[in-house]
Design a protein. Structure first.
Length: 276
């Protein structure tokens, strides 16, 4: 198991060894490095194949052996066959931003962006199940202990990050707390911890309901937060850095990479090929 960083123009970085890149550019990594996206060329690499995808892919994941891509430019969600051919497409949201697979693996949540909603979708046919309105623009999602957490951008003249959560049992929505800046990333950690990356800051919450336990400054806008047991990896394209922090956010961050960083993932396979 290792850390894989997408460095933009045709480069992948691993501290274990240099890795080949099947695309001219990598803007997004998913499925443990098995799925790579080049938004400039509208190309994806998956299981040794390259195929054309929708423009402006904001998020992606693997469902079974099929890539699932969310386009913020075309406002659509597409499930592709293992050979890359599109099987099912659903128009959803306005500049939708993120996907989150729910427990059980047959239902997917979509952060609808400017549509101000979270939509639940059944797989594999991408059947719409239900939509939940949220304040502002729904940008980031994470599942933790029976709750679907959402980070929303609210306000007009001054943007704030509003943390909400949706009960997966009752469908009830709770508004938790607002923080300065734009939401960038949200991730569930071990032992019920929740991490939120917003403009210039990284927050850690614990408890139910979540209480702010720690915050760390020194960021631009985190794009990806990856809890790694006792550590947390943060990819920050704005300040062009990838940092490793202790899980409690108490110690000084360690710079893993400095330079253009678009995305990050935990991997145990060759990029563009299937994970074991």
């Amino acid at each position: 198991m290792g850390i894989l960083l997408a460095l933009g123009a045709g480069k992948l970085w691993s501290r274990d060894s240099p890795l080949p890149c099947p695309l001219e550019r990598v803007d997004l990594i998913a499925a443990g490095g098995a799925l790579l996206v080049d938004n400039q060329a509208r190309r994806c690499a998956w299981r040794g194949r390259c195929f054309t995808c929708a423009p402006g892919i904001e998020d992606a994941l693997c469902w079974g052996q099929r890539p699932l891509l969310l386009s913020g430019e075309a406002d659509c969600l597409t499930l592709h066959a293992p050979d890359g051919m599109p099987e099912w497409t659903l128009h959803t949201g306005v500049e939708p931003r993120q996907l989150c697979l729910l427990p059980g693996g047959r239902c997917l949540a979509v952060a609808g962006g400017l549509s101000g909603e979270i939509r639940l979708v059944r797989l594999p046919e991408l059947t719409p199940l239900r939509s939940f309105p949220v304040p502002g623009a729904a940008l980031c999602l994470a599942v933790q202990r029976g709750w679907l957490y959402a980070a929303c951008a609210v306000g007009e003249e001054e943007i704030h990050c509003l943390l909400c959560r949706l009960s997966l049992r009752t469908g009830g929505l709770e508004t938790l707390r607002a923080f300065p800046g734009l939401p960038g990333a949200l991730a569930a950690g071990p032992e019920g911890a929740l991490y939120l990356g917003a403009t210039e800051r990284l927050y850690r919450f614990t408890g139910d309901p979540p209480q702010l336990g720690a915050l760390r400054e020194g960021f631009g806008l985190p794009r990806r937060i990856l809890p790694l047991g006792g550590q947390v990896l943060v990819a920050d394209p704005v300040l062009e850095q990838a940092l490793v922090l202790d899980a409690m956010l108490q110690k000084k961050p360690v710079t893993l990479y400095r330079g253009e960083v678009q995305d990050a993932c935990i991997t145990s396979s060759v990029p563009g090929n299937p994970s074991p």
